[in-house]
Design a protein around this ligand. Sequence first.
Ligand code: SOE
Length: 380
Amino acid sequence: MKKKLNVGLIGYGFMGRTHSNAYSQVNHFFDVPYEPVLQVVCGLEENVAKDFAEQWGYKSYTTDWHKVIEDDNIDQVDICVPNNMHAEIAIAAAKAGKNIICEKPLALNAAQAETMVDAIEKAGVPNLVSFNYRRVPAVTLAKMLIDEGRLGKIFHYRANFLQDWTISANVPQGGMATWRLDVKAAGSGVTGDLLAHCIDTAMWHNGQIDSVCAMTETFVKKRMHVETGKVEDVGIDDACTFICRFGNESLGNFESTRYARGHKSLYTFEINGEKASIAWDLHDLHRLSYFDHSDESIVRGWRSVHVTDGDMPYMDKWWVPGLQIGYEHTFVHQIADFLENLAEGKPASPSFREALATQYVCDAVLASAKDKEWKTVKKA
Ligand code: SOE
């Protein structure tokens, strides 16, 4: 008999849907000891919250997030609202003793993230930040291969996250659909939104980033603000490139932009070690490219590993070998791992503290671009 876990979701946008889908799917595929019960969804507009509740099977809806926190019946608060609301909600949820899952990036900046980590650790509540790409089976497989020592000493870590949806100057800033362009709501542009994913995965694979040197650009400097109706300065970074040094002496090279015409959401990484290299591409997410220098030279070359066999991460839970899964499954894996850890009393990863480490890198990147100098990254 599974234990019921009552979930309150705050935020009914794109991320609210990915998390709701994960709660709905997890018990069908993973034998976890909890059964998430979709109790309440909260969002600003009552009719949207009502429709969302009906569509996803939430028992009730509200427009006031305080009600979710104050409800003794709720075990777990899931935060899927814009970044500027994460801190207040997470801190209140921690004080109320709830489990917390929070969308990335953790906060607007590291100072704010520190207050969240303080509150969460003081309350001792289970917590997780939703850096979902770690849980693409091929990305998890990369971590396994690195940890097994198959790459040997790592020399290079390269990652890109390329999009093209803000090239038009007519795209507004602020509001429900375009809050990611409003610095007050998002904290930063591609650095917090996209590079944070690359940084989280990179530090998971390759350890701490010690120092960074960055440049950023805002190509469209003024945009109409949906809330004020006025044309206002744009405060976010549209593009960001940085180089860095990892604690293990390897060199990092990262780029993200929303101005790479033709690329909708192309996250790629390549890792070069002494013995082998690995490459991965979100548009072909079920494959891992692998080059092993110990192969006999006459057949040596890049292999494209189709990550679908049952002995590959997570894949024994899905279909049969050869049949692949996709983006939404990363959120199912995230919830499954969270519930498994919860049952065993183990911390989930990435925790708020690990997300603070990512936030320190993001802050150092933005400061480096502003001051045009190398910055040392604070340790979480
Ligand atoms: C932005 O367009 C975005 O939706 C990010 O916010 C997500 O984190 C990323 O996974 C896809 O792109």
